[in-house]
Design a protein around this ligand. Structure first.
Ligand code: C2E
Ligand code: SIN
Ligand code: SIN
Ligand code: FE
Ligand code: FE
Length: 407
């Protein structure tokens, strides 16, 4: 247990440290570590409220870590849920939104609504004595979860938590609450970003006559090839997130051409081919790496390995890697899907065309990787299968239930 002045200084540092962590699991572990040190206790654990349940998220324990090591301890105390009721200590604290300082869990008065659950102690031979249990709240005072500190230690002996511990724990848990709230916002924004990429890519390309499934399949196929080529996981992710925007330039192509039910004449074809340059122009001047990667994909995904593609007639390795990857994914998916201008092709026929284009349209090494991974390819195709009811989302505008959309 550190001195009071030291604690205040320490609390400030902790606040700064907590606010710089973006990943929730990393943040929770840091909170537990700091709680152990600030309070001088043997263990600490965190529950978060999710859909009206209390979810056990993480723990640290001096005793268990010494006995089993961190990995075995974490594997043993896996996440679990419990109902939000006043019968448990964590539930009681979450519902009442106020702290509990319990000097000895075996001496909880019979009249209290909560009781200590000794299951883990009995199973593993640990003895929990004192508990300091704090609600974790956000800035609006809503309870996000519960922080439990277990067994205060003084001079190597288990003792109870005192008033000063309570004070420190109070400031600490409010810092933790703000940090947890910020992290979930960051994660939500990340997800929102990705979701938006897929939705807008579809809207741009198909004017809502398609689902995002085609675009998702292309992304997953492209990442599959990158993965089989043993690109590092960051590069695989970049390709995955850049691929959906490969045809974003189709937003600049008139409906009469884009939606034409039959083959294009040479003049229409010329306009259609502009979609790669239009896409690159839409995406240029960004500072965000994944957008810059998307720009390159948009520009280069119709180049061919033998130099007969468009718009630059690049040849072989002069075509950017991500352009060569997405070309394979895009064509395979175009062949095996229904389009306004053509029917779907059986897999065998599509694969024949792919094989015949080895070294002419496609990078041979990348194509071999793709063709060698057909089990994974089929799995992706089944997972993001087109269903007739998904097409033509805008067909019945006017007849939908607006109250349903308002939810
Ligand atoms: P998309 O439908 O996504 O097709 C992407 C690429 O898949 C095509 O690039 C082509 O390389 C390949 N592909 C698609 N269908 C077939 C096929 O039946 N046989 C073979 N061998 N390859 C096929 P491409 O040709 O540069 O076309 C780019 C985009 O232009 C297409 O994207 C599509 O939106 C449009 N497009 C191409 N041909 C037609 C057409 O005849 N009618 C209409 N309405 N649009 C077309
Ligand atoms: C996601 O938010 O869908 C996952 C993000 C990622 O794994 O990069
Ligand atoms: C995903 O599977 O949702 C994408 C993961 C990635 O970023 O590669
Ligand atoms: Fe294209
Ligand atoms: Fe495409």
């Amino acid at each position: 247990m550190i001195e009071k002045n030291e604690s205040v200084k320490r609390l400030l540092q902790v606040g700064i440290a907590l606010s710089s962590v973006e990943n929730l699991d990393t943040l929770l572990d840091l909170i537990l570590k700091e709680a152990q040190e600030l309070m001088g206790c043997d263990g600490a654990s965190i529950f978060l409220l999710e859909n009206d349940k209390l979810v056990f998220k993480a723990m640290r324990s001096g005793t268990y870590f010494k006995m089993w090591g961190e990995d075995k301890t974490r594997a043993t105390f896996k996440t679990f849920e419990m109902p939000l009721t006043k019968n448990s200590i964590a539930g009681y604290v979450a519902i009442t939104a106020s702290a509990l300082n319990i000097p000895d869990v075996s001496q909880i008065p019979a009249g209290e609504q909560y009781r200590y659950d000794p299951t883990f102690d009995e199973k593993y031979g640990y003895r929990t004595v004192s508990l300091l249990v704090m609600p974790i709240k956000n800035k609006k005072n809503q309870v996000l979860g519960v922080l439990e500190m277990i067994n205060a230690i003084e001079n190597d002996k288990v003792t109870k938590f005192n008033g000063e511990d309570m004070e420190i724990a109070e400031s600490f848990s409010s810092q933790a609450g703000v940090a947890i709230q910020n992290t979930s916002l960051t994660e939500q924004l990340r997800e929102a970003n990705f979701d938006t990429i897929f939705r807008l890519s579809v809207a741009a390309e198909y004017r809502d006559k398609e689902t995002s499934n085609h675009i998702k399949r292309v992304s997953y196929y492209a990442r599959l090839i990158a993965d089989k080529l043993r690109y590092c996981s960051e590069d695989c992710s970049l390709i995955f997130w850049a691929a959906p925007m490969h045809d974003i330039g189709k937003l600049g192509i008139p409906d009469a051409i884009l939606q034409k039910p039959g083959p294009l004449d040479p003049e229409e074809r010329k306009i259609m081919e502009k979609h790669s340059v239009i896409g690159a122009k839409v995406l240029k001047d960004s500072k965000v790496p994944v957008i810059l990667k998307s720009k390159v994909v948009a520009l280069a995904h119709h180049e061919k390995y033998d130099g007969t593609g468009y718009p630059m007639k690049l040849k072989g390795n002069a075509i950017p890697v991500e352009g060569r990857l997405v070309a394979i994914a895009d064509v395979f998916d175009a062949l095996t899907s229904k389009r306004v201008y053509k029917a779907q092709m059986p897999e065998e026929q599509a694969l024949k065309i792919m094989r015949e284009s080895r070294g002419t349209h496609f990078d041979p090494e990348m194509l071999d990787c793709f063709l060698g991974s057909m089990a994974d390819v089929r799995e992706i195709r089944d997972k993001f299968e087109d269903k007739p009811e998904d097409f033509d989302k805008l067909k019945d505008v006017g007849s939908e239930d607006l109250n349903e959309l308002l939810k």
